[in-house]
Ligand binder design. Structure first.
Ligand code: NAP
Length: 447
């Protein structure tokens, strides 16, 4: 880390005590941007780094709701509006019992640079709740979403803050959130949320965008090395929104996905994951991943409870579940098993030690800020369509997404080259994303 950044990092840790994921995300950016600080003394003079680490606004609120038996529950809601130098705060909502301020801050901090890297006019934010949607009925989910929005609505707006989904929040939840926003404000303001159902101004390809985008980004990394997905053995962690559509696109690009997972364990299906069945189990029946293996037992699929999917050898790994799910030991196993490329579908799924292992082994490593930016980029396209009361076809939207991912790949490569770190996508993404935000902050004056 650049010597000027060390005391600032220590101060971030002191001011945000116990928020370990946030510290990790800040450290990762600081380890890349030293050369930018050296080149731009005006950033130091204007205290851009100190300002960038302090959210513009942090909102924490009570979310009371009643379950189907009439019992009252109290959850905590969060929205961190981190940086609006480039546009309205933009970033998803996560409903998961592990959510606390440190997780929301790490996610929204990352979101600033990811959104900047897309080249689109969107700032960074993120939110959520420690509500656990697992096992909850449809009406309980709806009541929770309504209570959550009853407080959050006052901070949102199509020009102010535009949330979307994340873990535990898909188009069903976004639909309920939008319904409550509309009811309270008496405004059909489609641009206030993205990832909406198609009927309410949702964009084609938004559900697929993060997973598809991740596959497109890895396709570019492979192309840069003179190869492709064709015939490659691929492992994807998770079996949620990002994982399912990453799997779909990998299959379309000629790869074979042999394993995926959820928080209960993983399934191996050497003949290649049956995508229709996976969607049925996860999206329709909302069951545990074991049910997939039960249904495919005749074809040799197996379920391995409680273990990490990274023990399955593969050539391409797409961690698409959650933060810090791929350890240094996992990375060693993957490298020994012949892994040549990793694309982060999830946010910060690869632990710092594992990133080092991949870097030293020469594995192409696409960090989440670049590899999973297709979701938020397509959200920005959804905002664009809502603003013009337009809706594009699936084909056109997918073409736009593919081009955006190619552009992000090029920008990462070019920036890494320009700073003397060829092939280092982490440095390329952080430096490019950071520089654009820093310049925007400078030009807005001290606000
Ligand atoms: P999702 O649909 O809720 O799926 C999450 C998947 O990850 C599920 O299979 C879940 O298993 C698994 N998972 C969650 N927490 C886990 C844990 N602690 N240990 C093991 N597995 C766990 O969420 P998603 O939208 O796909 O998001 C996945 C990741 O992508 C997150 O890091 C998110 O921030 C990132 N991301 C999402 C988007 C987007 O557009 N949705 C965009 C950019 C980045 P269980 O069901 O068993 O919990």
């Amino acid at each position: 880390m650049h010597e000027r950044l060390e005391p600032i990092f220590d101060e971030v840790v002191r001011r945000n005590a116990g928020e370990v994921e946030f510290h990790q995300a800040v450290r990762e950016v600081f380890e890349s941007v030293g050369p930018v600080i050296a080149k731009h003394p005006e950033f130091t003079d204007a205290k851009i780094i100190e300002r960038i680490c302090e959210p513009e606004r942090q909102i924490i609120f009570r979310v009371p709701w009643q379950d189907d038996r009439g019992e009252v529950h109290v959850n905590r809601g969060f929205r961190v509006e981190f940086n609006s130098a480039l546009g309205p705060y933009k970033g998803g909502l996560r409903f998961h019992p592990s959510v606390y301020l440190g997780i929301v801050k790490f996610l929204s901090f990352e979101q600033i640079f990811k959104n900047s890297l897309t080249g689109m006019p969107i700032g960074g934010g993120k939110g959520g709740s420690d509500f656990d949607p697992k096992g909850r009925s449809e009406s309980e989910i709806m009541r929770f979403c309504q209570s959550f929005m009853t407080e959050l609505y006052r901070y949102l707006g199509e020009h102010t803050d535009v949330p979307a989904g994340d873990i535990g929040v898909g188009s069903r939840e976004v639909g309920y959130l939008f319904g409550q926003y509309k009811r309270i404000t008496n405004r059909y303001e489609s641009g206030v949320l993205t990832g909406k159902p198609l009927l309410h101004g949702g964009a084609q390809v938004r559900p697929e965008a993060t997973g598809y985008g991740c596959a497109f980004f890895v396709e570019e990394m492979l192309r840069a090395r003179g190869t492709s997905f064709d015939g490659r053995r691929v492992v994807v962690s998770g079996a949620g929104n990002v994982a399912i559509y990453a799997i779909e696109k990998v299959i379309q690009l000629g790869g074979t996905v042999v394993a995926c997972s959820d928080s209960s364990g993983y399934v191996v299906d050497e003949k290649g994951v049956d995508l229709a069945l996976l969607k049925e189990v996860k999206e329709v029946r909302r069951q545990r991943i074991e049910e997939y293996a039960v249904a495919r037992a005749g074809d040799g699929a197996t379920f391995v409870p409680g273990r990490s999917v990274w023990e399955v050898p593969c050539e391409v790994a797409l961690p698409s579940a959650t933060q810090n799910e791929l350890t240094g030991a996992d990375a060693h196993k993957l490298v020994r098993g012949g892994c040549i490329a990793v694309g982060e579908g999830a946010n910060m799924p690869t632990m710092p030690e594992a990133v080092r292992v991949f870097r030293e082994a020469g594995v192409a490593f696409g960090p989440g800020k670049a590899a999973n930016a297709g979701g938020v980029a397509t959200s920005a396209l959804e905002m664009q369509q809502n603003a013009s009361r337009d809706s594009w076809t699936f084909e056109h939207s997918e073409d736009r997404l593919r081009q955006i991912m190619r552009d992000i790949h090029t920008r990462c490569m070019t920036t890494a080259d320009a700073y003397g770190m060829p092939g280092d996508y982490v440095a390329g993404a952080n430096i490019d994303g950071f520089t654009r935000v820093a310049q925007a902050m400078l030009s807005l004056g001290l606000v």
